[in-house]
Design a protein around this ligand. Structure first.
Ligand SMILES: *Cc1c(COP(=O)(O)O)cnc(C)c1O
Length: 414
């Protein structure tokens, strides 16, 4: 898409109308104020329709089919890959591997890229604010190979302590994995700087983009990261589809992740040769409808001025932060100078699940718990937080309802 193509005006109140689940039904007296987009975002009609349209008109297995429908289905799947590649600034669509989500993307890199090169005493550098998806796969390969996990510490404000972290990049470091934005604190990490420093030492970098791709433009070519992972469902797309971006030279040298159909070149009883990437990493029938739905989500987001969207989300975060920080017993966790629209907080003396349950009665959906970040929670000496997160469809009125419901809840528990 041309950079100068004119964008639709972005108005959150209007955008909300595109999301059927959020259109409040007066007859049923149902009100949903959805503030859990960091866990999974709602889907616009454009995505729902694209998936339905595929099943109604185009469904057939891809590749090898000679008949018309299969050719069409294959073309739609390939177009989806090209669209996603363009969305993240990849030079070549073959650098985009469709996976189930960010989690599978990390596992694939851990197993197919890193594990074969790991020796006892090698190091994998991660950060304390990683999602379990960017922790556990590395722990598994470390345990099996005798490699060590090193951790960049976090400051009390919830930023990475890079003065300390930088020292952990050593000649034994085989990979540096970090989130570009934290799902639990909202912290935006200075990815370009981290990548530059690591790559200057010849250390490959995996960026967990599960949150960052949602809240701003991510360009893998400008970032020059080796790998980037994200999930479709957080980007207003379907569940069960996600992306692993990998530099071509890496993907070409990597061994398969799973074996099966579609990933081979030639199979004989004696052995098998494998297809080039990305097919090498897409064993079996892929999530064709999911890929098409993800491309529709990308089209949907890209129709708007993304900077206007970012400004709106930042304004909601500022509004919500300002309104709750003065409340009785409320402490905000995550005070980074650069944040995505994620607001984690604690209420003194009230368990986070009780807060979330009471807010639910008021029609306000927030998340409570460890947010798949137990190492970070342990570091702060807590079991979890309450988390409100804002998506492109949230409005000032949503923030108002949230604040009012929270106020009521705190009064109740007093
Ligand atoms: C949600 C999330 C993941 C995992 O995504 P899945 O869709 O569960 O695979 C990884 N990292 C971050 C930062 C996330 O927010």
């Amino acid at each position: 898409m041309a950079e100068n193509q004119s964008k639709a005006v972005y108005v959150a109140e209007q955008v909300k109308e595109d999301f059927p689940i959020l259109v409040n039904d007066a007859a049923q007296e149902r009100r949903l104020v959805y503030l859990d987009s960091a866990a999974s975002a709602q889907k616009p009609n454009a995505v729902i329709d694209a998936v339905e349209q595929f099943y109604r008109t185009t469904n057939a297995n891809i590749h090898r089919g000679v008949y018309h429908l299969s050719v069409e289905s294959t073309m739609a799947y390939d177009r989806a890959r090209a669209r996603v590649a363009q969305f993240i600034g990849a030079q070549n669509a073959k650098e985009v591997v469709f996976v189930r989500g960010a989690t599978e993307g990390v596992n694939l890199v851990a197993r197919s890229f890193l594990q074969p090169q790991l020796e006892a005493g090698d190091e994998i550098l991660l950060t304390l604010m990683e999602h379990h998806a960017n922790f556990v796969p590395w722990q598994l390969v470390a345990e099996e190979t005798g490699a060590l996990i090193k951790i960049v510490p976090v400051t009390p404000e919830g930023e990475l302590d890079w003065e300390q972290g930088r020292k952990l990049l050593t000649e034994r470091t085989r990979l540096f994995g970090f989130c570009q934005a934290s799902n639990s604190l909202g912290t935006v990490n200075p990815a370009p700087q981290f990548i530059q420093e690591a790559r200057a030492m010849g250390i490959p970098v995996l960026v967990d983009g599960a949150q960052s791709v949602v809240h701003g433009a991510v360009d893998v070519t400008a970032l020059d990261c080796d790998f980037l992972v994200f999930s479709g469902h957080k980007l207003y797309g379907p569940t069960g589809i996600g992306v692993l971006y990998g530099k071509r030279e890496h993907l070409e040298s990597m061994r398969p992740y799973q074996g099966g159909g579609d990933m081979i070149d030639r199979v004989s009883v004696e052995g098998t040769t494998f297809a080039p990437p990305p097919e090498r990493f897409e064993a079996g029938t892929p999530n064709i409808a999911g890929a098409i739905g993800l491309a529709a989500a990308v089209d949907y987001i890209d129709q708007f001025d993304r900077e206007a969207m970012q400004r709106h989300e930042a304004a909601l975060l500022e509004q919500a932060t300002g309104m709750i920080e003065g409340m009785d017993g409320v402490t905000i966790l995550g005070r980074a100078s650069d944040k995505i629209s994620v607001l984690s907080f604690l209420v003194e003396g009230v368990h986070s699940h009780d807060i979330a349950t009471f807010l639910d009665v008021e029609g306000v959906a927030i998340r409570a718990g460890h947010h798949c970040c137990q190492p970070l929670m342990t570091h702060f000496g807590i079991s979890g937080t309450n988390r409100a997160s804002f998506g492109l469809y949230n409005t000032e009125a949503d923030v108002g309802h949230f604040v009012e419901a929270l106020h009521k809840t705190i009064q109740f528990f007093k």
